[in-house]
Design a protein around this ligand. Structure first.
Ligand SMILES: Cc1cc2nc3c(=O)[nH]c(=O)nc-3n(C[C@H](O)[C@H](O)[C@H](O)COP(=O)(O)OP(=O)(O)OC[C@H]3O[C@@H](n4cnc5c(N)ncnc54)[C@H](O)[C@@H]3O)c2cc1C
Length: 382
């Protein structure tokens, strides 16, 4: 079977690796590598576990994160130590995506360094137009990110309220082993500083219909001055969209049809609270590859069912939780709870590392036996 994969970020490269390994003919189409991608670069333990067999993680330049320091708008703060050095690492996307792409090529995927300009599902195949000519395949995986052309052609573009805008700076020549996160109510979201081996990735994210990139970047700059972060560093600005779907969007996702499927950002699979997308890109790519490599006669339908039942349900929970998450009353209580309870810090450490799903969060908090703190937190999030 010939599979064309558009986009060689984590979703595309991982699907290419898995399919090529199982003997499929894979054309992986992306003109951009090697490249940096606007991103925090936070790779959770669960994401590392998915790709651990293919990457030489020991040779990936990363910052292992020791702790995450949370601030609320009133200046309250609490540090959450992470359990192990691999619970969360931060990497440059040049390095992380570059290693995944190298693994895909080693497994036999052919990289075509061209931009896809059009796609059409025909009777027995998919026709793909690129800046280097056209090709045909039995199936196309759209792994071409938040601005996905494959999504626009074969499903529907994201609407403005379904996107966040993330913007900020790479601050060169400074690093750390602590992530800093400030929870803000307006625009609802958070400002972050993620340390990579040679620089900090600093940014803010808000719904695209709630603020302009220029205003958001000014907020980041003011915050860096206020917190004394990256003073004197060379700043390189960036801005990029992140899919940020509502619960109802996840319930009604259209991510596949005859001859095509979408994975990662192109499918809208990003946690609307944490904006973790790399894990969901890898996970969805894995399922897209699994169904194509199986002898299932309806691989696209099977893929959609799998994503809906698992990732979709979890991300819909996060979207429902999001409305209350950034309210000042909630964030104040959360910082208070983190400062006073080692058990609640452990829950937060697992949430940050991706090992605590939103399903079960309530029970886990209740089981900390921090009755007063947990009860007030849960009441606030309902
Ligand atoms: C500022 C910011 C911070 C973030 N921080 C984090 C974080 O810390 N941790 C985390 O897990 N997630 C984070 N995310 C989300 C994460 O970056 C994405 O979810 C992830 O990159 C999705 O992977 P992907 O493979 O689906 O798409 P991408 O990584 O976007 O890759 C898409 C690829 O498709 C290619 N492409 C696009 N159009 C075409 C075309 N027409 N033809 C050929 N190729 C094409 C592009 O060149 C690109 O290489 C962040 C996002 C932003 C914007």
């Amino acid at each position: 079977m010939h599979v064309a994969i558009v986009g060689a970020g984590p979703a595309g490269a991982w699907a290419a690796y898995l399919l090529a390994q199982r003997g499929a003919r894979v054309s992986l189409i992306d003109p951009s590598h090697p490249r940096e991608k606007p991103c925090g670069g936070g790779v959770t333990g669960r994401a590392l576990a998915l790709v651990g067999s293919a990457l030489d993680i020991g040779r990936l330049p990363v910052c292992a994160i020791r702790s995450v320091r949370f601030f609320d708008a009133a200046g309250g703060s609490a540090a959450v130590p992470l359990r192990t050095p691999s619970a969360l690492v931060v990497a440059s996307r040049t390095d992380f995506d570059g290693q995944l792409l190298a693994a895909a090529r080693d497994a036999g995927a052919q990289l075509l360094a061209a931009r896809v300009t059009d796609v059409a599902i025909e009777r027995d195949s998919v026709r793909i137009e690129t800046t280097a000519g056209s090709l045909r395949a039995a199936h196309v995986i759209g792994a071409d990110g938040a601005n996905s052309l494959i999504r626009r052609r074969l499903a529907a573009p994201f609407r403005r309220h379904q996107l966040s805008i993330a913007t900020g700076y790479f601050a060169h020549g400074v690093t750390s082993d602590e992530i800093v996160i400030e929870l803000v109510a307006d625009p609802a979201g958070y400002i972050w500083s993620f340390p990579r081996p040679t620089h900090l990735a600093i940014g803010i994210c808000a719904q695209a219909n709630a603020a302009t990139a220029a205003a958001l970047r000014a907020t980041v700059l003011a915050w860096m001055h206020e917190r004394g972060i990256a003073a004197g560093a060379r700043l390189e600005p960036y801005a990029w969209p992140i899919p940020s779907l509502a619960a109802a969007d996840f319930d009604g996702l259209t991510i596949s049809g005859r001859g095509w499927s979408l994975a990662g950002d192109a499918a809208g699979l990003v946690d609307p609270i944490t904006r973790e997308g790399i894990y969901f890109a890898l996970r969805s790519a894995q399922w897209a590859a699994d169904v194509l490599a199986s002898d299932d006669t309806r691989p696209s339908a099977r893929y959609a069912e799998r994503v809906h039942a698992d990732i979709g349900a979890e991300l819909a929970r996060a979207a429902r939780f999001k409305a209350s998450f950034f309210r000042p009353r909630f964030t104040r209580l959360m910082i208070d709870a983190l400062r006073h309870s080692a058990r609640i810090r452990e829950v937060m450490a697992d949430l940050v590392a991706g090992s605590q799903p939103y399903a079960g969060l309530k029970w886990r908090l209740a089981k900390t036996l921090e009755v007063g703190l947990a009860w007030r937190l849960m009441r606030q999030r309902e």
